[in-house]
Design a protein around this ligand. Structure first.
Ligand code: LLP
Length: 417
């Protein structure tokens, strides 16, 4: 469910015509719907009513400070994977005691920053990292709160690039080894075991992999309990899919119905790390048609957004719906919708049947709120897009379009050149 709908053939973001925003702010342009963000957040929160919980939004999906602020104001926390994300989360007003920190390659600087900030816990991904965090905590004369990210070896049935919970992946600690690592963590002087973490992949469209992974994780929690290792926070990761095309993923309540029965009567605080399912359908990318080009074999619609703005189609072969901002009665065409970048892989859609478009018109790339702007780059020296948030009849820039000056900010030419 989202609030990008047509009224008499005109696409609206909540109560504002998308075209009006595009004309005011230029393109390419990301537009986020406040109402959709809030609705998605509440859907998660309500689904787990009665269970102590923290919804730690995965910043990697969308780290715009205003987006984070919406969640922060409603009690949300953050799942971060870098010092930069800790910085953003804190800037947005997310309290440090609601921040969990994952990632296989945390640096000393990042670990120090996290300890100084007093985050809730480190989701530790290897034995060496555990020892390193303990060492740094010792130097800082603090205790590091840790949870171990266990790898439950469950196939989430998703794109290989975004599946993470199998043995062959770099993530987490094999679940069979986790017990021994917990015993080690208990012995470390500057470490305090507080939780357990798992995350098996992304864009998962079934409940069963979540259930299987939780079952395995809880077996370990029980075994730890029998040996006196108390787990307070159970972090089940993120990964719930969304509808890009015709997928029918479970909604948060469906997922909760699968998981909650296993969590009843346990002294645990549940942590969730949804990313895509909170923001994916709450954002669109608006782009302008620059040229139409009839190739030898097919038509090309050349637009002003490229793979640097939205890399998902090029990188994962991901499907995003592309809709006209104003519907016209025209003959449909079969076209590749491509960007201006000098790569054949620069496309937003391939062989897409769509209603005919004209130069100068706008298109909306749907479901672009997750892993859209955050994965964008300056490739081909293209300034990154602007971002706007809409709430009802109001809209505001929440990130200014980059300028050419921004492109060379920080670059220096040494004397010897
Ligand atoms: N927690 C951890 C530890 C993660 O690694 C991720 C995503 C999440 C939570 C959030 O997962 P979500 O709820 O968004 O599925 N760039 C790819 C997706 C990469 C996901 C990486 N990890 C894409 O555009 O599809």
């Amino acid at each position: 469910m989202h609030f990008f709908n047509y009224r008499k053939g005109v696409l609206y973001a909540e109560d504002v015509p998308v075209k009006a925003i595009a004309e005011a702010c230029g393109t390419p342009l990301y537009i986020y719907s406040y109402g959709t963000l809030l609705r998605h957040f509440k859907a998660y929160d309500d689904a787990y009513d009665g269970i102590p919980r923290i919804i730690c939004f995965a910043l990697k999906a969308n780290s715009n400070v205003s987006v984070l602020r919406v969640f922060a104001k409603n009690g949300g926390g953050a799942d971060v994977v870098s010092g930069g994300e800790i910085f953003r989360a804190l800037k947005a007003g997310i309290p440090p005691y609601k921040i969990v920190y994952a990632g296989v390659g945390k640096t000393e600087r990042e670990i120090r920053y996290a300890l100084r900030s007093k985050i809730l816990m480190f989701n530790v991904e290897s034995e060496n990292e555990l020892v390193e965090i303990d060492r740094i905590a010792g130097l800082m004369k603090v205790k590091a709160p840790v949870s171990l990210r266990v790898n439950p070896d469950i196939d989430p049935g998703t794109h290989p690039y975004i599946s993470t919970g199998l043995k062959k992946h770099k993530f987490g600690i094999p679940i069979e080894k986790a017990f021994a690592y917990y015993r080690l963590a208990e012995r470390l002087e500057h470490t305090k075991v507080v939780g357990i973490h798992k995350h098996i992949g992304s864009q998962i469209t079934k409940v069963s992999p979540f259930v299987e992974a939780l079952k395995k994780t809880l077996l370990l929690v029980d075994e730890l309990g029998r040996h006196g290792v108390q787990i307070r926070y159970l972090d089940i990761g993120g990964g719930l899919g969304i509808t890009y095309r015709d997928e029918e993923p479970p909604v948060p309540r469906d997922l909760a119905m699968g998981l909650v029965p296993m969590l009843k009567d346990r002294q645990l605080t549940l942590i969730m790390e949804p990313g895509r399912s909170l923001v994916g359908n709450a954002g669109i990318l608006v782009t302008k048609v620059l040229y139409l080009k009839r190739g030898e074999e097919k038509e090309f619609v050349i637009v002003d957004a490229g793979m640097n703005d939205l890399i998902r189609p090029s990188f994962y072969g991901a499907y995003h719906r592309i809709q006209p901002v104003e519907k016209k009665k025209r003959k449909s065409i079969l076209a590749d919708i491509v960007g201006p970048i000098c790569e054949s892989g620069d496309f937003l859609a391939k062989e897409r049947e769509m209603s005919g478009v004209k130069q100068g018109e706008y298109l909306a790339v749907m479901s672009a709120g997750a892993y859209g702007f955050t994965m964008s780059s300056n490739y081909n020296s293209r300034p990154r897009a602007a971002e706007v948030m809409v709430k009802g009849k109001r809209f505001a820039l929440v990130n200014t379009r980059e300028t050419y000056r921004d492109l060379i900010r920080g670059e220096v030419v040494p004397r010897f050149v």
